[in-house]
Design a protein around this ligand. Structure first.
Ligand SMILES: [Zn+2]
Ligand SMILES: [Zn+2]
Length: 156
């Protein structure tokens, strides 16, 4: 009797797990259909959008490589300043080691022109006005690539 019951229990349990997995997949599939993209892709995109809106608010939305503004989330690349591979795993997790750049600037040796907008001559981007303003409107900031603060004088 025992020999028969044990496999049955296993089968029932297996069936339940299988069913649960199946329903989760169905739910994700439904979400994916509604979102028009894979669930994982949508999740990653949302996370990137949140980061992008935060760095815009902080005025940190300038490319660490070319110093120009990152205008679209599609251009945003989150990169490590010091390479962590074969170096130090802590560098991977260190927030201080994270920088934002254009996808085009991060990926070196990539053919084709840059998609991002260049700041017009004599202007800098204000992250709060969401507009280019004359450099006289900015306090200098040598720590930043652009040489100016992320916000104009009106906004600081
Ligand atoms: Zn750049
Ligand atoms: Zn401003």
């Amino acid at each position: 009797m025992v020999g028969v019951r044990v496999p049955l229990v296993v089968l029932i349990q297996f069936g339940m797990i299988h069913q649960r997995l199946g329903s989760t997949m169905d739910k994700n599939k439904k979400d994916s259909d509604e979102l028009g993209m894979a669930w994982g892709t949508a999740n990653n995109r949302l996370r990137k959008l949140v980061i992008f809106s935060l760095i815009q608010k902080c005025g940190e939305d300038n490319c660490v490589r070319c110093g120009q503004r990152i205008v679209s989330v599609d251009d945003l690349s989150i990169e490590h300043i010091k390479p962590w591979r074969g170096n130090d795993v802590d560098l991977f997790w260190s927030v201080d080691n994270i920088a934002f750049s254009h996808v085009q600037c991060n990926t070196t040796h990539r053919p084709g022109g840059a998609k991002f907008k260049m700041a017009p001559e004599g202007t800098a981007w204000c992250g709060r006005c969401q507009d280019y303003k004359s450099v006289e409107m900015f306090h200098k900031d040598r720590a930043r690539r652009s040489g100016y603060r992320g916000f104009c004088k009106d906004c600081t």
